[in-house]
Structure formats: structure tokens, C-alpha cells
Design a binder for this molecule. Structure first.
Ligand code: MN
Ligand code: MN
Length: 459
């Protein structure tokens, strides 16, 4: 059975080199795309260099054309137009650009005991204790009163300072250690240390905060009030690394779901004249339920497909869009749960994915009794299985933990709304949602091969 094979048993010397080369590019992408906005920028710049144009730049389109549209700089669709008419359906791979992090509040700054701090509201499902005592970088935008957009990026270069959240020394942590992990670090306790030197020679209150504000104004050109109209995200600082003596793993922040973003992007950039239109969708807000204008519950996919149909045929008739979406086949590209030898009890060993055993297909995700999932049709699982086998892709099955253990959803259920076939498919990760997630070099490569085969499938 395919399940027993590892990627490393299948890749010969040359292919191994390719897999490691691919992992290098992936690591660079992770380092560059630390937030959804930065990911959109990185994707657009790569896509443009490979012949993609914004749909706003073109008046019409034909098979073979490469188009994209950015939704507010936070979500993105890209397509390579196929030979077949769009209303026969597309091949869609949908992933998400956002990852768990700490967002600065609208009025974040305060000073206490000679330290300037920033209040945060965490974004997505995190284990709060994991975010203390690690170096953090700040990324995002601040919109000034005059409407200028100031880009902030502090903490990634070695010459940059970083930020951090303090934790209690063990000597005084008796009470904290007796608490449940969930309560040991409070949400309102995730305050980021931003500065410690007071403003010199001035009679002001809160001199450290004043000094910080002066630095922000002189170096970045924004004021305290400007922070009200800002999106500043604290994320783990520094680059992704190779993990293990054999360098078989990649460790780094944001691999859920930028592992799928990068692999599906690379697969799409390689597509030339596919039979069916190949569409890569990069959504935002998945980690907070896919709500919002750039989340998968918005109309971004159907809007983009409607624009494509209009550019190709001049038709603005809604039935074409509905047919195109209903007849589409999609992979919901998201990180799968990997079996963790430190925590064997939360998974069903027979059905969970393992690092190094290839890309994972997951018929359903969901929570207790298959809530919040689309549950792919057996027929479509069969089709994908055969596409992967024909392409020599090493794959395995996965699920979101043991029955009744917990679980979680993906964007599959929101893609399924259109009636299209959709299956969850992505690499398994360890330490998901932590500041240092782990993926296998071999699985990442197999994911790329799987997505390429899916985009190129023609029946
Ligand atoms: Mn995810
Ligand atoms: Mn996630």
C-alpha cells in the first residue's frame, strides 16, 4: 500500500537535489512573506516576472494568458487560461496566506516601570505560552492622517533590533505553574516590550514611551494617533532553518499555510497552455474563520472567475460563472496534522499523516461528527488518487486528529458552496501554529509535484 512508502525511498540522487533546491526557494519565500500583505507582494513580483498581468491592465484575454487580481493587497487570485471554455470548469487550488500572530491593538502603547510596551490581541489559534521569550519582528502598515501609507518592517535583518514578551522566572512562578496552560499566560498579558531608554532632559510624563514615539516619528514618520489606523503584526523574527543532522526538515514560522501557498504558486507559474484553466487562490482570514472582505466567505473567487469570463467572451451573464464554478475541481491546499511521537495519543496512527511520507490527502477535516467540513466525494478522491499515482507522486492519507479529540476546518467547505468537487490536500506539519513549525523537505517537493499534476490534468 502507498501509505508505507516514504519520499526518501522514491527520490533518486538527482531528484533529491531538486527537492533540496526547491526547499531553498521555499525558505526564502517564508523569510520574505511573513504576513499576508508581504506574501501578496512576493507572489505578485514573482508572477509578473513570469508573464502575469493584472486583469486591470488588459482589455481581453485568450487561452494561454496569465492573469491575476489582488484583493486589497491581502488576498490574491492568479490564473493561466486553458484551452477549454471556462464554463466547463477550472482546476483550482486554494490556500491561505494568513498565519497566527500577535496584532498590535489600536491604542497599544503604554509605559510601566521604565519600560515601554505594546498591547496586542492575538490572531488565530495560538498556545499563548509559546509566544513569550522569543524574538519578535514587527511588520505592517500605518496610515497617517494625511493618508500616507508607511510600511513598517523591523526585526528581520541582523542589524535590526527585535521585540519580545517577557515571562516569569521559575523561582517566582509557583502560582503560574499550578495553573492550566490555557490560563498560565493571559491574552492581556501578551504585551510586547518595545523600549527602555527615557527621553533625555525633558519634563514629560512617561519618558520612555515619549522617547519611543519620538523615534517612530523621526524614523518612520507617524504619530501615536496614526496607530489607530494601522495593522502591525508581531511575528517570530528571523529566517527559517534546516532541521536535523540530515537537513531533512524545514523549521520556521508561517508554514501553515505558506507551504501550500508556495508549492501551488510554483506549480501555477510552470503551467503553459493547460487544458482547463488553472487557478491558484490565496485567501486571507482563514485562521479567524474566513470572515471579512479578503476571507474565503467573501465573493472573491466568483468575482475573479466572472472577470475572467468577461475578458475571454465579453459575457457578463451570471450563468456562465455558476457553471464554471459548479463544474470545477478544487484542492483545498492546507497543512495536515503530522503524527507527533511526543504526543501519540491524539491521533489514530492508522489514519494520520507522517512527516516524509508524501503529500497528504484528507477526505474530510472537521470537528466531532464531521461538523465544519465538506467531506469530499469518493469519486473525486478516486480521481485525485489516480492523478497522483500516474504522476509518481508519493502521497498518504491524513485526518485532523483522533475522533472527538478536537479538530479544525479548512477553506474546503467554503469552496464547496459552489457545488464544485473539493478535496483537502497538503503537506503534514509538526508544531502547527507555533513560532517554529516543521515540514519535511520531501513532502514539500511532493506537494509541488501533486499540485502540478492536478493543474495539468485533462479529463
Ligand atoms: Mn491552515
Ligand atoms: Mn491554521
Amino acid at each position: 500500500m502507498e501509505q508505507e512508502k516514504t519520499v526518501w525511498d522514491v527520490l533518486d540522487g538527482k531528484q533529491r537535489d531538486k527537492a533540496f533546491e526547491f526547499a531553498d526557494g521555499y525558505r526564502q519565500f517564508l523569510n520574505r512573506a511573513k504576513t499576508e500583505r508581504l506574501a501578496v507582494e512576493a507572489i505578485i513580483s514573482q508572477a509578473k516576472s513570469r508573464g502575469f498581468h493584472s486583469i486591470e491592465e488588459v482589455k481581453d484575454a485568450k487561452p494561454g494568458d496569465k492573469l491575476y487580481y489582488s484583493f486589497g493587497g491581502k488576498a490574491l487570485c492568479l490564473a493561466v487560461l486553458g484551452k477549454k471554455p471556462l464554463d466547463l470548469g477550472l482546476r483550482i487550488i486554494g490556500s491561505h496566506l494568513d498565519s497566527p500572530r500577535l496584532d498590535l491593538k489600536q491604542r497599544p502603547l503604554y509605559e510601566e516601570a521604565g519600560l515601554a510596551l505594546g498591547k496586542t490581541h492575538y490572531y488565530g489559534g495560538i498556545k499563548k505560552y509559546q509566544w513569550t521569550t522569543v524574538p519578535l519582528a514587527l511588520h505592517g502598515v500605518v496610515i497617517t492622517e494625511a493618508g500616507d501609507r508607511v510600511k513598517v518592517e523591523i526585526g528581520e535583518n541582523e542589524a535590526d533590533p527585535v521585540f519580545t514578551i517577557t515571562d516569569l522566572l521559575p523561582h517566582l512562578a509557583k502560582e503560574q505553574m499550578d495553573k492550566k496552560i490555557r490560563e498560565a499566560v493571559k491574552g492581556e498579558g501578551l504585551n510586547i516590550l518595545l523600549g527602555s531608554i527615557p527621553l533625555a532632559g525633558q519634563e514629560v510624563k512617561e519618558r520612555v514611551k515619549a522617547n519611543l514615539l519620538q523615534a517612530l516619528e523621526s524614523r518612520h514618520g507617524f504619530t501615536e494617533e496614526d496607530l489607530v489606523s494601522a495593522e502591525l503584526e508581531a511575528v517570530p523574527a528571523g529566517p527559517a532553518r534546516m532541521v536535523g543532522l540530515d537537513r531533512g526538515l524545514i523549521g520556521g514560522y508561517g508554514q501553515d499555510d505558506r507551504a501550500c501557498v508556495y508549492t501551488s504558486l510554483m506549480a501555477l507559474l510552470d503551467m503553459e497552455n493547460p487544458d482547463f484553466t488553472a487557478l491558484a487562490l490565496f485567501s486571507d482570514k482563514e485562521e479567524t474563520g474566513s470572515d471579512g472582505a479578503t476571507g474565503m466567505k467573501s465573493n472573491l473567487l466568483e468575482d475573479f472567475v466572472a472577470e475572467l469570463i468577461y475578458l475571454v467572451s465579453g459575457s457578463s451573464d451570471g450563468i456562465g460563472v455558476r457553471r464554471a464554478l459548479r463544474r470545477s475541481q478544487a484542492l483545498s491546499a492546507d497543512a495536515a496534522v503530522a503524527f507527533d511521537p511526543n504526543y501519540p495519543d491524539v491521533t489514530d496512527k492508522q489514519n494520520t499523516a507522517c512527516l516524509g511520507k508524501g503529500v497528504a490527502i484528507m477526505k474530510y477535516s472537521g470537528i466531532a461528527g464531521k461538523y465544519d467540513t465538506s467531506d469530499a466525494n469518493a469519486e473525486f478522491v478516486g480521481e485525485v488518487r489516480s492523478i497522483l499515482n500516474q504522476a509518481g507522486v508519493v502521497w498518504q492519507t491524513g485526518e485532523m486528529g483522533k475522533v472527538d479529540q478536537g479538530g479544525g476546518g479548512t477553506i474546503a467547505q467554503f469552496m464547496a458552496r459552489y457545488g464544485m468537487e473539493v478535496l483537502d490536500c497538503g503537506p503534514a506539519l509538526l508544531s502547527i501554529h507555533s513560532p517554529f513549525e516543521l515540514a519535511s523537505v520531501g513532502d514539500i517537493f511532493m506537494t509541488y509535484l501533486a499540485y502540478s499534476a492536478f493543474f495539468g490534468s485533462s479529463s
